[in-house]
Design a protein around this ligand. Structure first.
Ligand SMILES: [Fe+2]
Length: 240
């Protein structure tokens, strides 16, 4: 193993199996002394290979649990604003790193694969969706199992509760427009919408995909109602 230093693991729960070969870890991320927000890593398994999406470094027990699931072979960065733990997995486990061109807010690691919607994916039955009009690179994955599972970073999020968020984070999030529902990330939308532009066309195209469930990099898993809920979230923003 390399002796490079990486950010230490932050508090998280045990790995949960959401669907067969689809796992998550619910974690947290301290972004200020008083502000801690929820974070979620998704793990897809195909045969003995693991694909980590929105990676979170785990504690010793969590990492042992992860390695019992399979071999970490691929790491995906879906969101421009994420990437703090990507280098740890890529360098320590010799995993292949996938991201979009210019998704370099965190410049390490260097990409092995620069992906777009035409890039063959590492596992069967998955495809990449790209927000073409966003100011910075952002993507989502459609995993065509279990009725369709959409995996996002910040673009679409779902909250049943505020677990993993500090009191100050809850106050800030509520003021910013977060609520207990499926939503288009309010701060992300502000940061990603070009001046005099709109992401309406991107979300319209996203809603043409078939999915029932959602896992994002924050919040909770939305089962069954993700598409229906996102239609509502879309209308709240673009049909007002
Ligand atoms: Fe985020």
């Amino acid at each position: 193993m390399s002796t490079a230093t990486y950010p230490e693991p932050q508090p998280h729960k045990d790995i949960e199996e959401i669907f067969p070969d689809v796992f998550i870890v619910r974690g947290s991320m301290s972004i200020h002394k008083w502000v801690c927000i929820s974070r979620v890593m998704t793990i897809l398994r195909h045969e003995d290979q693991l694909l980590l999406i929105n990676p979170i470094r785990l504690n010793t027990e969590g990492e042992a649990q992860l390695l019992e699931l399979g071999k970490i072979t691929h790491v995906f960065r879906l969101g421009y604003f994420h990437g703090v733990d990507d280098a740890y997995y890529v360098e320590q486990f010799k995993a292949k790193f996938w991201c979009q061109s210019s998704s370099n807010k965190y410049p390490n690691p260097s990409p092995d694969v620069l992906m777009d919607e035409s890039t063959p994916m590492p596992f069967p039955d998955m495809s990449l969706f790209v927000f073409e009009n966003a100011k910075h690179p952002e993507a989502a994955i459609l995993y065509q199992h279990h009725g369709g599972l959409l995996i996002t970073c910040d673009s679409v999020q779902h909250y049943d509760n505020w677990d993993g968020c500090s009191i100050f984070a809850k106050i800030i999030m509520k003021l910013a427009g977060f609520r207990k529902s499926t939503l288009i990330g309010p701060m992300w939308l502000k940061g990603m919408t070009p001046e005099d532009g709109s992401l309406e066309e991107d979300f319209d195209r996203l809603l043409h995909l078939e999915f029932k469930h959602l896992i994002s990099a924050h919040g909770d898993v939305c089962r069954e109602k993700a598409h229906y809920n996102l239609e509502d979230a879309f209308d709240r923003i673009y049909s007002g």
